[in-house]
Every structure is written in structure tokens, then in C-alpha cells.
Ligand binder design. Sequence first.
Ligand code: UDP
Length: 375
Amino acid sequence: MVFDAIVAGAGIWGCTVARTLADGGKRVLVLEKRAAVGGNVRCETDPETGIEVHLYGSHIFHTGIDEVWGFMRRFTEFNGYQHKVLARYGGKTYFLPLGLALVNQFYGIDLKPEELPAFIAKEAGKTCAEPSNFEEQAISFIGRPLYEAFIREYTRKQWGTDPRNLSADVIRRLPVRASYDVNYFPDWRQGIPLDGYNAVFDRMLDHPGIEVRCSAEFRLDDPEFAPSAERPVFYSGPVDELFGYRFGHLPWRSLRFERERAAVKDFQGTSVVNYTGAEVDFTRIHEFKHYHPENRGAMEAPSTIICREYPKAWKPGDEPYYPVDNQASRELLAKYRAEAAKVPGLVVGGRLGEYKYYDMDKSVARALETAKAAC
Ligand code: UDP
């Protein structure tokens, strides 16, 4: 087949771009360096129990964007799973996010919804007018005791640095609610693909206009796949890797997952428990069977698959997970973006390419926008 476009990297961004281009009549070659498509959303089924194991940490699809939900629903039905996260701290278990359930339990009080904001404001005390870092922002949101219990050490583990060195933006991800709503995400359009994530990517790429080659790495200096105005390349790997790290490495946080089969039917009673104190090095434990309550066989199986998540600094060869947003990384990113802009037909996107802390739905939204503009 003669191709009109190349998609390098078959994660959720790349697959969405490929499908949208193909729907628009383009012939698309997808190159994926791993042995299988799906990027970090890739899963595998445990043969013993039928549990869907998320290989790169828990992925819960949730969105407030109609178009994204409509797009995903073309390829899968979602189960009714609504994500809840619990936190272990000081020998007790709390419901996140920070809301009435957690605050009342933590302080041993019984606030009503309308009383929570004033209580939190009092706890927050006098804080600086314009919080300039993560810690100041967090304390101005929730006060010091809650910050120290649920945020400070978790964040230190997650980012490998004192929270005072982090940008205030990261904490804006964490909701505070004046209610007993313990859904972690505010989006009611939420769930796990009924027959698993892998099937979603297979269906997205199942189109006569798409050819997929796995274990095929894209390189900018490979003349066979060179981008041009006539045959663009949509690349979603790390942008610094694309240019041979010529200005240096963009900093990432990486993760190490320690997977274990526990010989109990239910290890922790829920899918994710955060460990917010400093007494353990991991940040959370995932228990995957809880993502598919409709899969009765897996739920009733006598064992369960759990996974401890240990954050670590990224070094070459590790998987990049979280971009580290600071002044130095922004400057470095600007240099790589300028390089990319010089290459006609090269479009860089996705969490790795854009170096942005995107949830899955934001990647899909960006991909739809990018691909539609190219059709
Ligand atoms: N966070 C925290 N305590 C928690 C959960 C999150 O301090 O129990 C902070 C932490 O700094 C983290 C950020 O909030 O990096 C965003 O958390 P989220 O759960 O959204 O991260 P993700 O699931 O994407 O890793």
C-alpha cells in the first residue's frame, strides 16, 4: 500500500490519530516499537483467574468531553465502574478525595456540607496571597494537618523531591469536595472497557486503510519513513529521543511495579489504596479484579493480582511516565519543539511527545483535533 500518513507510536493518541485519518479516507501506516499496540494502556489477562492486569498501572477512562466519549463508544461498551481511591494513613483507611467523609473521619467531627469551606479556611489559616509552589498551594487549599497526612509524603515519594520544589499546578489535579461524593473523578462518563482495553485498540486499528507494524521503531533519519508535507508523520514517542537527546534529557518520573499473586479472594476490598505516609516506599497498591465487578469468575477466584507502585527517577532505558514540570524542563522542551517545527510534515503529540501530564481523554481530544485538521 502507498501511504498518505505515518503514525509512529500506537498508544491512545496514535491509535486515535490513525483511525481518524483512515475514517477521513487516508491510507495510514502505524509503526509501533513495542511488540503490541496500546502503549501504556496495554493489559494482559491472568490465565489463572481471568483478571485483566493493567501492565503500566491503573487506567480508568473518564471524560467530560462529549466528542471523546462518542469516539470511544464506537469501539467499546464501558462497564459501570466508578473510580474510588482510599488512603491508608496512621493505621486507618480513609476515602479520598478530600471531602466530608475524609475530613469528618480525620478530625472526628461531623461537619455538614455548608460548614466545610469555613472549617477548611480556618485550618488553612493565613497563607500567602499568591501560592508560588506546591506546598503553599496545598496548605492554602486544605490546611497543614491534612496536607501533612495525605499529601506531603505521598508527593515526596511520587516526585522524588520536596513539594516546595514543585509547581502549584500538580495539586490542582486533586479535588476538594464539600460533599460525601467519593468518586475520584467528577465525570459521570466513566468506566472500564467491558471486554478490556486491548480489544479497544484492536478495533480502532481494524480498518482497511490502516496497516500496523509492531516491533518497528520509527527513526527520523530513516529515509523510508521520512516526514514530508505530502506524507506527514504523527509521532508520539518522547520528543527528546526523536532528536537523539541532542540538548540533553527531559526529566521524567518513572515507576517500578511489583506484581504479586495474593492467595486470598480479596486483598484490599477496592481497586486502589494510596499509602500516604513515609513508612513505606510505594505510593499505592492496585488490585485489578475490582475494575471488572461484572466479571464474576475473576471476582470469585480464590486468588487476586495486586501491584505495588514505586516511583523512581527516570534514566535511559526506563519507561517515562510523568513529565517533571519546572523552569529547566520547560526551556529544554522549547528547544526540542523548535527542532520539531523545522521538520516539514512532522507532528509531535501525546503525553510523551507533548511532555504533558494528560489523562487518556485529553490525549484522545488532542488526537481528534490534530487528525481532523490533517484530513
Ligand atoms: N496526591 C497526594 N496524595 C494522594 C493522591 C495524590 O498527595 O493520596 C498528589 C500527588 O502529588 C500526585 C497528585 O496529587 O502527584 C496527582 O494525583 P493523581 O492521583 O491525580 O495522580 P495519577 O493517578 O495521575 O498518578
